[in-house]
Design a protein around this ligand. Structure first.
Ligand code: C2O
Ligand code: CU
Length: 669
């Protein structure tokens, strides 16, 4: 098919398309190609071998005071050159320069601290936007300041230290860029990788090692030069004509005649798939986004939108050596399909000796594992909320909200505000026939109760964090807002929709008028690469700038208390630089009467505008900020309030903006 003027304009720049404002009505369109490659450079199915991304090794591992391991990882976000299409190189952005990024493997109960360096160019080499990044570990109940909040950005030359708790059950997660308004192009350029959380249940039930295979599937289009092309059809979606699995077009994998486990991640920024084996045989579905399903499901095809993860088992022992089993794509409504988007990859069954070590080599498991999300019942719900996914005046909205409104509110505006440990039902409606929306809710795993009043599909009867909200569909989701307090994003995972501007936030156990010790932007700021964070030696290194500016400013900082159910552990051997000696001389809280704290601060350097932030650190509940006291020129500070907090404070912590900290027991009479 000759290249249309529109396609010619699309490759190599979104600016032109955006300027022309070409709205593309979407129906199931099918065309020959989107790429502008010379035919000799155009990849063809089943010519390349499947590659498995390298597993990242930790830099070091430390055992904390609580006996738990913390692994320290280091990743550089950088430009790389990928060999994707024959005869040409493709510039990409990658974690450690690879496309997709390396896989991280971790056991339940072992923490990870990840130093994420931004050494990308200041501007995207092709699309010109500023390459600030934010990294989200999708599937992890991380604290808000480590959750990849869209405006918690790390600029060039900066490093952000992320912390991942890994206390949840085994699951397939993925880490990817989440920077405000540019997530689609940055993920499409390569900033995505898998992350496998293991636990004993899963290690005793499902294939491991070389029989546990990550498949990160995405689509792409290419310019004549081999560079990636980008066209999101006025923020409707990008539909590439080349299908990549772990970064290779339509690869082939040699398999032994036994059971394999595949962790399928749809990392496409817009395209959804409907997978089916070429033989028509069912696969055994064992895992969804949030880990193991209660019981295995036999499915002959399943639809999977961006960010959804499904773990399947395929038994190749039923095929003779020499048989090729294809993984195909039947597609779904409102994707744009091309000649070869109906193919994904192929498995070539070999006559090689069969390694039957490890679980489920020969026999499919049937009963798997329960989970919090799947054991919830609707009667536990204390609230039902409704929200619509909708296009309004060319802007995508969620529950009537956009991310720009959240920004303009100073990040205060929320779509929902459950209390910690509340169970709720969220009813999400997409009344349009023109597009589907994969809805992702951060922090939680949910159970899909129903879709248009019918039970969910067999393949989605497991814990989920993304739900396919198809055309004309209403889904009911049941979830518990547990683990952390604070603000978390909720958005469409068709990333051009997310960026423009189908994203909002909700808060858990948090009052927007209180200051937030887990502020997603202020509580753990990036620092210059190579510079040891000044409060090193703590699990969290939260800081707070006094201005309302985004990232990277050298404002005076205050340490904030971590709010977490995890005990703190020493994770590094870096020395703590104590610049200030704070003491608490008075601490009294008479319930319903008054609360008073006073103390001193001895400091040898010069500092202006210093203050002490006071935290309620009463045992048995999350730390919470209660007030700020100014340190006067004599080094004294005091703070009082009437009647004070409505819950008895029995322990207080004072953090000086000059660096010191002190705790004290509070008198209650
Ligand atoms: Cu996979 Cu908010 O993202
Ligand atoms: Cu959407």
């Amino acid at each position: 098919m000759p290249v249309s003027r529109r396609q010619a304009l699309q490759i190599g720049g979104v600016g032109i398309i955006g300027a022309l404002g070409l709205a593309v009505p979407l129906s199931s369109v099918s065309a020959k190609s989107a790429s502008l490659l010379d035919p000799r450079n155009m990849p063809r199915p089943y010519q390349q071998a499947l590659t498995i991304p390298p597993v990242l090794r930790p830099k070091s591992t430390v055992i904390g005071a609580d006996g738990k391991k913390t692994h320290l990882y280091h990743i550089e976000q950088t430009v790389g050159m990928a060999s994707i299409v024959p005869g040409l190189k493709t510039p990409i952005l990658g974690y450690n320069g690879s496309f997709p990024g390396p896989t991280i493997e971790v056991n339940q109960g072992e923490r990870i601290k990840l130093e994420m360096d931004n050494v990308l160019p200041l501007f995207h080499p092709q699309w010109g936007y500023r390459l600030d990044t934010s990294t989200h570990l999708h599937g992890s109940a991380s604290l808000p300041q480590f959750d990849g909040y869209a405006n918690d950005i790390t600029g060039r030359g900066m490093c952000k230290d992320y912390e991942y708790p890994n206390f949840q059950p085994a699951r397939t997660l993925w880490y990817h860029d989440h920077a405000v308004h540019n997530t689609a192009q940055s993920v499409y350029s390569g900033l995505a990788g898998q992350y496998h959380l293991h636990d004993e249940v899963e290690q005793n039930l499902l294939p491991q090692g070389q029989f546990d295979v990550p498949l990160t599937i995405s689509d792409a289009m290419f310019a004549r030069s081999g560079e990636l092309g980008y066209n999101d059809n006025t923020h409707s979606g990008l539909w590439g004509d080349v299908i990549l699995v772990n970064g290779s077009p339509w690869p082939v994998m040699k398999v032994q005649r036994r059971i394999y486990r595949f962790r399928i991640l749809n990392a496409s920024i817009s395209r959804s798939f409907r997978f089916q084996l070429g033989t028509g045989d069912p696969v055994t579905m064992v895992g969804t986004d949030g880990g193991l399903m209660p019981s295995a499901q036999q499915v002959t095809s399943w639809r999977q939108a961006g960010a959804e993860r499904y773990e399947i088992l395929i038994d190749f022992s039923k095929y003779p050596a020499g048989k090729r089993v294809e993984l195909r794509n039947l597609s779904n409504k409102n994707n744009v399909d091309y000649d070869n988007t109906g193919r994904i990859m192929a498995f070539d069954v070999t006559g090689d000796p069969v390694d039957t070590s490890g679980p489920a080599a020969r026999v499919m498991p049937t009963l798997l594992a329960g989970s919090t999300a799947m054991s919830l019942t609707p009667s536990q719900s204390v609230k039902t909320r409704q929200m619509r996914l909708k296009r309004d005046n060319d802007i995508w909205t969620i529950g009537g909200m956009t991310w720009d409104e959240v920004i303009k509110s100073g990040y205060k505006k929320v779509l929902a505000d459950p209390n910690l440990n509340d169970v709720e039902i969220w009813e999400v409606e997409n009344s349009s026939g023109g597009w589907f929306h994969p809805l992702h809710i951060h922090l939680v795993d949910f159970q899909i109760l129903s879709r248009n009043g019918q039970p969910p599909f067999a393949f989605e009867r497991g814990p989920k964090d993304v739900v396919y909200v198809g055309e004309g569909e209403t889904v009911r989701l049941l979830m518990k807002f547990e683990h952390n307090r604070g603000r978390y994003m909720i958005h469409c995972h068709n990333l051009p929709h997310e960026d423009h501007d189908m994203m909002a936030q909700f808060s858990v156990g948090y009052n927007p008028n209180d200051s937030d010790p887990n502020d997603p932007i202020e509580a753990a700021k990036p620092h210059p690469i190579g510079q040891v964070p000044s409060t090193g030696g703590e699990t969290t290194q939260p800081t707070e700038s006094t201005g309302g500016t985004d990232g990277g400013s050298a404002q005076p900082t205050e340490a904030a208390a971590p709010v977490t159910t995890q005990p703190a552990a020493a994770v590094t051997a870096e020395p703590t630089v104590q610049k200030d000696v704070v003491a608490i001389t008075t601490a009294r809280h008479r319930l319903n009467k008054d609360i008073t704290f006073a103390g001193t601060s001895k400091y040898t350097g010069t500092a202006t505008g210093s203050s002490v932030v006071l935290y309620d650190v009463t045992p048995g509940r999350a730390a919470a900020r209660i007030g700020t006291a100014t340190i006067n020129s004599l080094g004294n500070w005091s703070w009082t309030a009437k009647p004070g907090p409505s819950r008895q404070v029995t322990a207080v912590r004072a953090d000086s903006s000059r660096g010191g900290t002190a705790t004290a027991t509070v008198r209650t009479s």
